[in-house]
Design a protein around this ligand. Structure first.
Ligand SMILES: C[S@@+](CC[C@H](N)C(=O)[O-])C[C@H]1O[C@@H](n2cnc3c(N)ncnc32)[C@H](O)[C@@H]1O
Length: 281
């Protein structure tokens, strides 16, 4: 049963975190001339109207992109992200928000390709319509996990898998560990980025330990704890696992994560962390 709809959460702090990093990962793929392919396995609707009823329900975007929207000085990565959102809002008022498929698509060169999967019957048609007639983008109404087995490795042999699940299933972290194994078996040189929520610390820490058991090299983990982890309930923070990360991503994270925390300032003490879960060599 699929009940999660990203329209309620679009542009929130978790989206800011994941999309800022996502843009940097795609930028790194552009450093070589050879074409690449990106798989976005849990694509969502592609773009969101922040004035819609779902987005208006809890106005989560106000604690995300809303905080960055008018800040005078942002570092280069945050500024690049904001420029991408601004491009959808040319009159300067924050109303439209790009989902990961739109952000990725905007960064493709003419030979690069994007494969999208979305399972929800409500979001799939919007996603399909967003890329109608776009020959660089393929959209599937399908299970993103199953698609990894069907599509990897890509003909291009370069690129990345982005996995951004809804976390409605109790076993989502187990599915992710399986997905990481599938990616590694079929496409050991591919980059992979996996977003995860931090509600209480236990599940995400177990997930990281499970990943470490599989002897897959070059796994980097980045986390943003926007709210104190001991608060009683809610989404306190989130993280991203990056497998085969671009060169020097760790150095970038050292600077970028604190900048992100400062830009999203809530008045409560937050924290950031990055760590190699398994070494690169
Ligand atoms: C967090 S949202 C994705 C947001 C999107 N990646 C973005 O950044 O704009 C998760 C999406 O996964 C979809 N979904 C849930 N289970 C899925 C599955 N097994 N395969 C593909 N999509 C799935 C949900 O319908 C939802 O749209």
């Amino acid at each position: 049963m699929l009940s999660y709809r990203h329209a309620f959460h679009a542009g929130n702090f978790a989206d800011v975190f994941k999309h800022v990093l996502l843009i940097q990962l795609i930028r790194a793929l552009q450093r070589k001339d050879k074409p690449f392919r990106v798989f976005d396995t849990h694509a969502g609707a592609g773009r969101y109207d922040l004035h819609s009823a779902p987005a208006g329900k809890n106005r989560e975007y106000q604690e995300g992109i809303g905080r960055l929207w008018r800040q005078p000085a942002l570092g280069p990565e945050l500024n690049e992200y904001r420029e991408q959102v601004r491009a959808l809002n040319p009159d300067g008022e924050l109303r439209r928000y790009p989902g990961s498929p739109r952000l990725i698509r905007n960064l493709l060169r003419s030979e690069d390709r994007l494969t999208l999967t979305e399972l929800h019957p409500g979001d799939y048609p919007a996603l399909k319509a967003e890329f109608a007639g776009d020959r660089q983008v393929v959209v599937h109404h399908a299970d993103g996990y199953a698609s990894l087995k069907a599509f990897l490795p890509p003909l291009e042999r370069r690129g990345m898998v982005f996995i951004d699940p809804a976390f409605e299933l109790r076993d989502e972290f187990d599915r992710l560990v399986e997905a990481v194994q599938t990616i590694h078996r079929r496409w050991a040189t591919g980059m992979a980025a996996i977003w995860y929520p931090i509600l209480d610390r236990g599940p995400s820490q177990r997930f990281q330990r499970n990943l470490q058991e599989w002897a897959i090299p070059a796994i980097l983990c980045a986390e943003l704890g926007l709210y104190p982890y001991d608060r009683p309930a809610g989404l306190h923070g989130c993280g991203m696992i990056v497998i085969n990360p671009p060169w020097k991503l760790d150095e970038t994270l050292s600077r970028l994560l604190p900048e992100l925390l400062a830009a999203l300032q809530t008045g409560e003490p937050g924290q950031t962390r990055w760590e190699w879960l398994t070494p690169a060599h």
